[in-house]
Design a protein around this ligand. Structure first.
Ligand code: ADP
Length: 323
């Protein structure tokens, strides 16, 4: 491939706070290095349909503090087909794009890996997801913001839980993985944390609540990932089996939005810097990751071939702390 002249950015899959911080840093660092940058709109759909906007330095003014993504995002089934991938590769070729930076979660990175088999452009992925479920990185862009958003809500709910001596189930996002529930539960001081990765025994859960009441705990917080099953049914079951008043609060989409925390912005900015550096060095096909405090990279292939493990020690720690 010739000298790198032009880059493209795309945000795909679920939005996450800090995506804009990444777009801003990519656009500005590219400009600093004399590269032209465009942003494809609405995720992979824009890459397939060749819809983009110019991302010069001024185009990314005033977005650092905003949640969501100015490029907008989507889920795109067509991108999972050979035809879709070929169309996307063609878009990159006709626009003379030498490097594509994908900002998104686990699914978007799988898409990036597939696309890399069809194009000569170098592809870099920046993990961004409130789920924190991308293999190889200790943290994704947006995760810290979502944890803090959920925590703020739980602090408010705790006021009512304590005043009315109730048990609250708080459902947080996480259909497949429990990283968010685990960190939120631990930092909120939840009595019980339920994650999709670990089967739980409902009888044992009743027992813990009964014991807590006997110990003088007048209220309990249960943080549950949405993927554990029907939380409404669980609330009804507890109500029937334990002498406590139970309420369910589903936090929902508030967890996805909002101004990114300093930490989410920092991660977005440092991931962007690493991606630009690697592209300028002629490196291809990487996911930028945070490992033990260091910004580094792994191959797209590796990120797609393994599942990120949940730190179950933290579940045990939460149990000990709920004594
Ligand atoms: P996230 O990136 O937030 O995990 P999704 O899992 O919905 O969100 O994935 C986002 C998009 O990435 C999908 O709508 C699809 O266009 C693309 N994608 C996901 N998996 C693949 C795959 N195996 N091959 C090609 N594209 C994929």
């Amino acid at each position: 491939m010739g000298k790198l002249r032009k880059l493209a950015v795309v945000t795909s899959g679920g939005d996450a706070p800090g995506m804009n911080a990444a777009i801003r840093a990519l656009a500005r660092l590219a400009a600093w290095n004399g590269l032209e940058v465009v942003g494809f709109e609405r995720g992979w759909e824009g890459v397939i349909e060749n819809k983009f906007m110019r991302l010069d330095s001024r185009a990314v003014s005033g977005i650092l503090h905003l949640g969501g993504t100015i490029l907008r995002t989507s889920r795109c089934e067509k991108f999972k087909t050979r035809e879709g991938l070929e169309k996307a590769a063609e878009t990159l070729a006709v626009n003379d794009i030498g490097g594509l930076i994908v900002i998104g979660g686990d699914g978007s990175i799988r898409g990036a890996n597939e696309l890399s088999k069809y194009t000569d452009a170098s592809i870099m992925a920046l993990p961004a997801s409130i789920d924190n479920d991308v293999y190889g990185t200790d943290e994704t862009i947006g995760f810290d913001t979502a944890v803090n958003t959920a925590l703020t809500e739980i602090n408010k709910i705790r006021d009512t839980a304590v005043s009315h001596e109730r048990t609250f189930i708080i459902e947080v996002m996480g259909r497949r993985r429990g990283f968010l529930a685990l960190e939120v539960g631990l930092t909120a001081g939840a009595e019980i944390i339920l994650v999709p990765e670990v089967k739980f025994d409902q009888e044992k859960l009743y027992e813990i609540l009964r014991k807590n009441a006997a110990k003088g705990k007048r209220s309990s917080i249960i943080v549950a990932a949405e993927g554990i099953g029907e939380t409404r049914k669980l609330a009804e079951d507890i109500q029937k089996n334990v002498d406590t008043e139970v309420r369910l609060s589903v936090l929902g989409y508030v967890q996805r939005g909002g101004s990114p925390t300093a930490r989410s912005r920092m991660l977005a900015t440092l991931f962007a810097e690493k991606a630009i550096d690697l592209l300028l060095d002629g490196v291809e096909g990487k996911v930028i990751v945070l490992q033990r405090g260091e910004i580094t990279s792994i191959t797209l292939e590796e990120a797609c071939s393994k599942e990120k493990p949940l730190n179950v020690n933290l579940l045990e720690l939460a149990e000990k702390l709920a004594i």
